[in-house]
Ligand binder design. Structure first.
Ligand code: SF4
Length: 336
């Protein structure tokens, strides 16, 4: 994926260029006084398709472009993996002037400083720069926005936000914009590169693919009649309340208290799921219950073997992204 070119000046509304030391809100924010690259503007490809706008935290690497360095390269690779072309992705910064790095003593900074290398900007600073983010979204009208990290999410929501782990996967909207594009939140790349955080790459990858996923549609009035791809259960304490099943076209939840439907469900899923992908919400916690009920074989519900064990080609771990691709009908190349 080639780095997109910097937006032509004529594409940016006049008000976008008002950031500067004379602006009252910039004076109150004062981040421009300590950062090397000041008042960095959005990066929008010249023939932008409008598909995706990324809101990154700060313009730390703006001198070489947001696609440079290890973080930029990984981001580019994940975007390509999610099916985006270079002309699909624009970037705006929640802060046009990057916050200063933490002052840490010694050669090896503490872990918190490695996970979050720059000082956390205050809500006042986020709000001072927010008009530029709003104007960019309004002007370029992206189909989807993905906010990377806490600062970007605070800018989108215009308030302090819950931890990202609670926001991921939820459709958010831009506070104060009507209509608002669909917004998703994910981890910022600095956090992904933090110590012991390599697993977050998969989370970011999943979040980048999410906008392309197709909804399953309204719940079916009948049981899934193709291969089951997802199973979910709801409990109150140890008491099983509902079981849900889905294939690529249907979704059905069954109230365990409804004996007739429950018996029908048990009959249906006691037979092997002849599927290559099986998803489940909090599936580890469900395993014992499902196996005890005779509703699945342990190796399938744990995801160790998502498929017919007689079929050697199906012996692969369940893969959340595989469902996204299956729904899209796309066969995405894995560049790794
Ligand atoms: S970060 Fe934004 S509000 Fe703060 S000084 Fe820079 S341009 Fe102004």
């Amino acid at each position: 994926m080639k780095p997109p070119s910097i937006a032509k000046l004529s594409m940016i509304p006049a008000k976008q260029s008002e950031a500067g030391p004379k602006r009252e809100l910039c004076q109150r924010c004062a981040l421009h006084e300590t950062c090397e690259q000041k008042f960095v503007r959005p990066f929008i490809p010249e023939r932008w398709s409008g598909k995706l706008l990324l809101v990154l935290e700060g313009a730390a690497e703006a001198s070489v472009g947001p696609w440079a360095g290890d973080e930029g390269r990984l981001l580019r690779r994940l975007l390509k993996q999610a099916g985006y072309q270079s002309g699909d992705v624009g970037i705006v910064f929640a802060l046009r002037c990057a916050p200063a790095p933490h002052e840490v003593k010694g050669d090896r900074p503490p872990r918190w400083a490695r996970d979050e290398p720059r000082k956390r900007p205050s809500m006042l600073q986020v709000r001072a720069c927010r008009p530029f983010v709003l104007k960019t979204i309004e002007y370029f009208n992206p189909k989807t926005v993905i906010a990377f990290g806490d600062t970007a999410v605070r800018s989108i929501l215009n308030k302090t936000a819950p931890a990202l782990v609670h926001l991921r996967g939820r459709k958010l909207s831009v506070a104060g914009l009507d209509p608002s594009p669909v917004v998703y939140a994910t981890y910022d790349m600095a956090t992904v590169f933090g110590e012991n955080n390599a697993h977050l790459r998969d989370a970011v990858s999943q979040d980048l693919e999410r906008p392309g996923w197709q909804p399953l549609g309204v719940p079916a009035v009948q049981f899934p009649n193709e291969d089951v791809v997802a199973i979910d259960t709801e409990y109150v304490g140890d008491k099983l309340l509902t079981i849900g099943l889905a294939d690529l076209k249907h979704a059905k939840a069954v109230d365990v208290a409804d004996t007739k439907e429950f018996v029908e469900l048990v009959e249906r899923i006691k037979e092997p799921f002849l599927t290559k992908t099986l998803l489940g919400h909090a599936i580890e916690g469900d395993v014992d219950h499902l196996v005890a009920l005779g509703l699945g074989r342990e190796e399938w519900v744990t995801g160790e073997r998502a498929g017919d064990p007689r079929d050697a080609s199906a012996r692969q771990p369940a893969d959340v992204r595989a469902v996204g691709r299956a729904v899209e009908g796309a066969d995405t190349e894995d560049p790794r």
